[in-house]
Design a protein around this ligand. Sequence first.
Ligand code: P53
Length: 476
Amino acid sequence: MAFREDFLWGGATAANQCEGGYNEGGRGLANVDVLPTGPDREAVVKGQMKMFDFDEEHFYPAKTAIDMYHRYKEDIALFGEMGFKTYRMSIAWTRIFPNGDEEEPNEDGLKFYEDIFKECHKYGIEPLVTITHFDCPMHLIKEYGSWRNRKLIVFYERFCRVIFNRYKGLVNYWLTFNEINMVMHAPFMAAGLYIGEDANPEQTKYQAAHHLLVASAIATKIAHETDPKNKVGCMVAAGTHYPYSCKPEDVMAGKMRDRDDYFFIDVQSRGVYPAYAIRQLENEGIILHKEEGDDELLKNHTVDFISFSYYMSRVATVDPKVAEMTTGNIFDSVKNPYLESTDWGWQIDPLGLRIAMNDLYDRYQKPLFVVENGLGSVDNPDESGYVQDDYRIKYMADHIKHMKDAVELDGIDLLGYTSWGCIDLVSAGSGEMKKRYGFIYVDRDNEGNGTLARSKKKSFDWYKKVIASNGEDLTN
Ligand code: P53
């Protein structure tokens, strides 16, 4: 058999993309709440346009999202029905610490997640918790400048200590920061960094990255101290850069682009800044302010496993004539002529998952966990409301097949697979509801109309069968 007996099949969501209830239960405001839909979103996400509160002109989809705040019991029951072994979700920092810098946590928020975890266990579902999925309390952004400020490490540490203690025995799998490399591409969405007026954005982002890395090491330390059963992973947006041609310069260009992603996990997994990063920072005139003890923390508290999202491979070249770029993704790439694209221009490359897995496993030799993968597409329900999503089934079956090869033929130790957006939710990149990933359809549109009713798509029964057969039966 390819997958281990205790393989963790499941699905993944993030608090701000599904919960809604943005001002309920004493919750504070976060960066992820004030990301609007429409043409301004990109500039806000990238930290170029200042949006520190709601305004009248924009629509903010995270306010209600799919209202999981009130409907989690129904949703978890559906996950249970599919046979999920795990459910990847995130804790909204501002439910626990509404401002971020309080001494005492908010009991309502703590209770909310405790109930969710207990609900999961009713169905034998192991929670896999992302401590922060892009979110940062708005107060910490306004008062401290977010992660550019070292004080954030202290606030994050407090948050981690509280949740590790409170959820001891309920949660054993933790991810410190979702897609930690995203801070370089989308600094406001990913880390609350507004960099509009900064003289040197690279300096700001790398300094913030250092704080994130130290915070991640501290979280790993406390998680292990709190419960030796805790397993902590890093999380990277993966996808190998292929050279556009076999010209050595293109091959080198691919390696350089890969390094931008590996940099973070090199530190989180190996415990030291890699040689190339030290040189690159020097050459770019970036001076990192480190404190005594930082290097030791990084060295002594590396992660237990490597988790990653995989949606597509990328392409790199030094040739300016190869100008055709992909669209619709924060990670831009040269277009790969051998691949098809999704409705949103993301290139579909199932074998690329096996390639990415091999790259990561060769490099780190730690267990891997695929914590995001899936197809964002337009779904058209028929008259009875049923979505026949054979295209999604095909996408997933193709990816799982190559993931299986990575285990069976390459010998990779893989802990589990959680498909992204197992229930339709708000898109992080575009803010749309129309870009759907789920096995469960949610009646809501881009403008916020709809009953929010849930219904099973064709892929629901398919995935149930995949899980029941431990990945052996992928037929539609
Ligand atoms: P959406 C690209 C752009 C934004 C977020 O993305 C991304 C990526 C892909 O690497 O990261 C993850 O919703 C992220 C999720 C997100 C998912 O990709 O733009 O962890 O929050 O929803 C899919 O289609």
